[in-house]
Design a binder for this molecule. Structure first.
Ligand code: FEO
Ligand code: CA
Ligand code: CA
Length: 620
């Protein structure tokens, strides 16, 4: 352990830091097993053996060639600690859209550097804190559907000294700046810009009327005074990661919805509320001004959030659908692939310390251009068990296995998953599936509470007080995402090799030159390279010295090599990644930047940027 200033720690933190234990114990043995036994060593040779474990096909000669050179189309960049964006030599970047930018001409000038967005135009501008996004290509048009995860009340309510809304109008302003934006983008003078007034442009907020489908739709648990049928929920909130269906619709993932609910009076403290962190005072005081968020008035309203919601970006009149068959938890993203027999498979993470990784498998099958009826409403939800011997299984959350009704397993998926002995993970963030072979990767961002009896280490989450995170990957049996068993290993364990020479130094593919902490967003490009975005500690001090600002890296999953591609402004996390149709432009989200990025004056503005190669070749 390095020296650490303990003077400002509480006793509790101090105890947690010291946590004395013998030099060699079970914990060390678990780490040893996870990082070495199956060749998790970061070298091409080691990954050759990992490929054998996964039963994968031989590399094609061109991929083998690329792997020999890391396969990166750029020179990796150094860390940064400033309030700017950096990309490799031969690349450029420019903002595409910032919080407060008008989507319709009537909202021109709606943003003011001193006061923020005018309330009257707050649902006509790009929202704050951009997150998951996907591109869609329809009738020669290019569309982006993108989440605005949350708002920073202090930035949006400059007159409210403590950052808490003081009236219903302020609550409405905050609500309008969250949710989803669909917008058309087009090239103009060599770079993309938003097509203002496009008929495709749309804002979807807390207020947008939705429907529900699947087994829990209409159930008593989702009925409210405002919607006694339990079929017509309003709004989507805290939209984090994203997904894209095989049939070209957008999946938005409701994550930390719990913080919006509170009680102005009495309410029943149920396991269903407490397991989801709901109760007492809400984090944002919405319940004081809008009864929908008040547990005293509408105790079932929280059960109508925390779902995967499907939006058709090509039809601005379409009604978004909450799919209860995919379970309710703090959804990070939704990665859709297909089983060998054509069934639809969706991988999903629940981002909270010690929560789980889930899989949904449809009962029906999908063929291109065919019916999508029932594909996200009629199927089975599973949860992952990662065994210490590096095998794993998907456990079906059935009434028989959980002792709960089908509707309860969906509304309270966390409780159902605990009942069947799922493996508690270090905060599952994005899951990305390799388009070139049957495997999927999940970013386990960090877990300050891992260790001890309450949340003991396990092979896939092998470090106590895990402040760096790791990426776990699995290959389904028979190369079939529909199979109920898999083999797994850790693709990378982030760490700081300059500070630690133990497991906290990271796996061997982590070096002084590429180190990072807290992997979060992930996406594969069409060449099979894994893009990794971070949301971690950017202090560049102590355990994080030498890691600089949050960043985006590219991983070669065959060789294990990882190279830094982009650094974000200090204070920001990198969120969301998608490409234009020919992959010559990457769109990258920059959430909660510090300073006054990107304008250089006034408030910091969460933005989507575009990144391209000056020679016009595909990005990466
Ligand atoms: Fe919204 Fe788990 O990140
Ligand atoms: Ca995230
Ligand atoms: Ca995160």
């Amino acid at each position: 352990m390095k020296d650490q200033d303990t003077s400002n720690l509480s006793w509790d933190e101090f105890d947690e830091m010291r946590d004395p234990r013998p030099a060699t114990n079970d914990f060390d043995a678990v780490v040893e097993r996870a990082i070495t036994r199956r060749g998790f060593l970061g070298g091409a040779l080691a990954f050759g053996s990992a490929a054998t474990v996964f039963g994968s096909a031989m590399l094609t000669s061109s991929r083998a060639q690329a792997a020999a050179h890391g396969g990166f189309g750029f020179e990796p960049i150094d860390i940064a600690t400033d309030f700017d964006i950096h990309v490799p030599e031969g690349y450029e970047w420019k903002t595409l859209v910032r919080w407060g930018d008008a989507l319709w001409s009537e909202a021109d000038g709606a943003y003011d550097a001193e006061t923020g967005v005018s309330p009257a135009m707050s649902d006509k501008v790009f929202g704050e804190n951009t997150d998951g996004m996907e591109t869609f290509f329809v009738d020669g048009k290019e569309l982006i559907a993108v989440n605005s995860e949350y708002v920073n009340p202090k930035i949006n309510l400059p007159a409210a000294s403590d950052g808490t809304p003081q009236n219903a109008d302020e609550v409405m302003l905050l609500k309008n700046l969250q949710g989803v934006t669909v917008m058309e983008v087009a090239m103009n003078g060599g770079t993309y810009e938003v097509v203002k007034d496009s008929p495709y442009n749309r804002r979807i907020t807390h207020e947008t009327q939705m429907t529900m489908d699947g087994p829990a739709a209409g159930h008593a648990l989702v009925q409210t005074n405002a919607d006694p049928e339990g079929m017509s929920p309003k709004g989507t909130m805290n939209n984090c990661g994203s997904g894209k269906t095989l049939w070209g619709t957008y999946l938005t993932c409701e994550e930390n919805f719990n913080g919006y609910f509170g009680a102005t009076g009495g309410y029943d403290e149920t396991d269903g509320l407490s397991r989801y962190g709901i109760g007492g005072e809400g984090r944002y005081a919405y319940e004081k001004f809008d009864p929908r968020y008040d547990l005293t008035a509408e105790p079932n309203e929280p059960n109508r959030h925390g779902w995967i919601t499907e939006i058709d970006p090509t039809d601005p009149e379409s009604t978004p659908v909450k799919h209860t068959a995919l379970g309710r938890f703090k959804h990070e993203n939704a990665e859709m692939v297909q089983a060998a027999d054509g069934r639809v498979v969706v991988y999903m993470g629940d981002d909270e310390r010690g929560e789980f990784i889930y899989r949904y498998v449809s009962n029906g099958t999908y063929a291109e251009g065919g019916s999508t009826e029932g594909l996200l409403s009629d199927g089975q939800l599973y949860v992952a068990k990662f065994n210490d011997d590096m095998t794993g299984e998907w456990i079906a959350l059935t009434p028989e296995a959980t002792g709960m009704s089908l509707e309860e397993t969906l509304v309270f998926s966390r409780i159902a998953a605990s009942a069947v002995g799922a493996t508690s993970m270090d905060r599952p963030e994005w899951i990305a599936a390799n388009p070139l072979k049957a495997e999927a990767y999940c970013a386990l961002t960090n877990n300050s509470k891992r260790g001890g009896d309450a949340m003991p280490v396990n092979a896939a989450n092998p470090r106590e007080t895990n402040e760096y995170g790791q990426i776990v990957r699995w290959a389904p049996a028979g190369d079939d995402h529909g199979a109920d068993t898999f083999a797994w290993d850790l693709y990378v364990m982030a760490g700081n090799p300059a500070v630690y020479d133990n497991a906290y130094g990271g796996s061997e593919n982590v070096t002084d030159g590429n180190m990072f902490n807290s992997p979060d967003g992930m996406a594969f490009d069409s060449k099979g390279m894994l893009w990794i975005q971070t949301d971690g500690d950017d202090s560049n001090e102590g355990d994080f010295a030498g890691q600089g600002n949050n960043q985006m890296l590219v991983g070669n999953t065959e060789t294990g090599e990882i190279a830094r591609f982009l650094t974000a402004p200090n204070g920001a996390e990198v969120t969301g990644l998608c490409w234009n149709e020919d992959n010559t432009v990457a769109f990258v989200g920059i959430q909660h930047p510090g300073g006054s990025w990107p304008d250089g004056n006034g408030k910091p503005r969460s933005s989507i940027i575009q990144v391209w190669r000056t020679d016009g070749a595909p990005v990466g």
